[in-house]
Design a protein around this ligand. Structure first.
Ligand code: GRF
Length: 243
């Protein structure tokens, strides 16, 4: 069974917070129903977003730290780090957070901070390619498969080591709306599953920046694994049935 207390999570948000909701539904404030982690802090870079309401409804502490309030960029990072440390946060999750995470936060949380991107990295990524623009780019490229990526966060946008991807079909008559809705449903399953495995220690980042998932770990079944054909097929099947 679970060893120790639930790991303390901070979730960083900027918008509607449906991924935050999926994390709250899985872990809540106290590690229920999944005792591996507990959402202890929701941090936004802006006021008035739906994600903050979701946190408040779940009884989770919220904070707004706006980069524009800090004359020097480094001071923004310092403020974030201070807050994360003051709340004894062990893992951080970017769930629709639109800022670049300051380098000192990345350093302090290396291997303990993940992001979800709504497209298949390393394609469809980079500055300005976020949210619906990712789906627009996918449609414009004419690819038949897309899907979210969960990756460790490094100092740049969308370039950190990839943990899990989940294939989602693109249909010929898709619009940004139909496609993003299909991808989002999968995001809501993939992100909490990755966070749980991370909190249980089944996913880690080694000193050389490689993602480690033990061969016997259930985390191998998360989404799409290029090293395991059988699980890859399972991922595809589940994605097609996620409707
Ligand atoms: C998601 O599509 C996520 O992949 C991306 O931003 C969106 C956030 O949506 N990073 P929500 O705020 O979780 O509803």
């Amino acid at each position: 069974m679970m060893a120790g207390a639930p790991k303390a999570l901070a979730v960083l948000v900027s918008g509607s917070g449906t991924n935050l909701q999926a994390l709250l539904d899985r872990f809540g404030r106290e590690g229920r129903p999944d005792p591996s982690a507990a959402v202890r802090l929701v941090l936004s870079d802006r006021t008035g977003v739906r994600a903050l309401e979701r946190a408040e409804r779940a009884g989770v502490e919220t904070a707004v730290v706006r980069p524009s309030d800090f004359p020097q960029p480094a001071a923004f990072g310092g403020a974030l780090l201070e807050l994360l440390r003051a709340r004894a946060i062990e893992f951080a999750v970017l769930a629709g957070y639109l800022r670049l995470v300051p380098a000192d936060v990345v350093n302090a949380f290396r291997g303990r901070i993940v992001n979800i991107h709504p497209g298949p990295l390393p394609a469809f990524s980079g500055p300005g390619l976020y949210g619906r623009r990712v789906h627009e780019a996918v449609l414009a490229a004419g690819v038949r498969v897309t899907g979210p990526t969960v990756h460790f966060v490094d100092e740049r946008y969308d370039t950190g080591p990839i943990i899990a991807q989940w294939p989602v079909p693109v249909f010929a008559d898709d619009t940004v709306e139909t496609l993003s809705a299909r991808v989002l449903k999968v995001e809501h399953r993939l992100l909490p599953a990755v966070v749980s495995a991370l909190a249980r220690g089944e996913i880690s980042l080694d000193d050389r920046g490689r993602v480690r998932i033990p061969p016997d770990s259930r985390a191998r079944g998360l989404g799409f694994s290029l090293t395991d054909e059988e699980l890859a097929l399972k991922g595809v099947t589940q994605a097609f049935h996620a409707e």
